[in-house]
Design a binder for this molecule. Structure first.
Ligand SMILES: [Zn+2]
Length: 157
């Protein structure tokens, strides 16, 4: 049985209840979804997470309205990220292991950055996490967020 209530032990439910933290990284939200930039240290400028507002493990647990909206919101969020970042493509990856709460990684892929090619992106992620590679600068992430928030209503509303 899937719990529909926020879980106290879930990092993403806790984040969704932390308005101060959300203010620094949120791009957009609706009643079902929340789009946010990866917190610092961010592997890349424009690396975002699309969360379900409900505590669910993944698409397998969607309610009918979540299932109907999912394709549309993933497409529009990806288009927003491509527009703001100027990347070629946007990868979509969801494991749901670090937190068992759906958080789809939407990752800007640039042809001129070999670190962002397929599974090399996982190496970059781990290297930034342990301090072996440089994270995106806070100034660039903040600038990205300002531009994304201006454009978000045109893409996601
Ligand atoms: Zn949760």
């Amino acid at each position: 049985m899937v719990s529909l209530e926020p879980k106290a032990s879930c990092a993403i439910c806790s984040l969704h209840g932390d308005e101060a933290e959300l203010t620094s990284h949120e791009v957009w939200r609706s009643d079902l979804w929340l789009l946010r930039h990866h917190p610092c240290p961010a592997p890349l400028t424009g690396w975002c997470l699309l969360d379900s507002r409900r505590h669910i493990g993944g698409p397998m647990n969607f309610a009918p309205d979540e299932a109907r909206q999912w394709g549309d919101v993933v497409q529009r969020a990806s288009q927003l990220i491509r527009e703001v970042t100027g990347c070629d493509r946007v990868y979509a990856i969801a494991f749901g292991e670090g937190a068992r709460h759906l958080h789809l990684h939407l990752i800007p892929r640039s042809g001129d950055d070999p670190r962002t090619s397929a599974w090399k992106i996982a190496d970059l992620y781990r290297d930034v996490e342990v301090g072996k590679a440089k994270a995106a600068s806070i100034e660039r992430v903040d600038d990205w967020l300002l531009r994304a928030r201006v454009l978000a209503p045109a893409f996601l509303s």
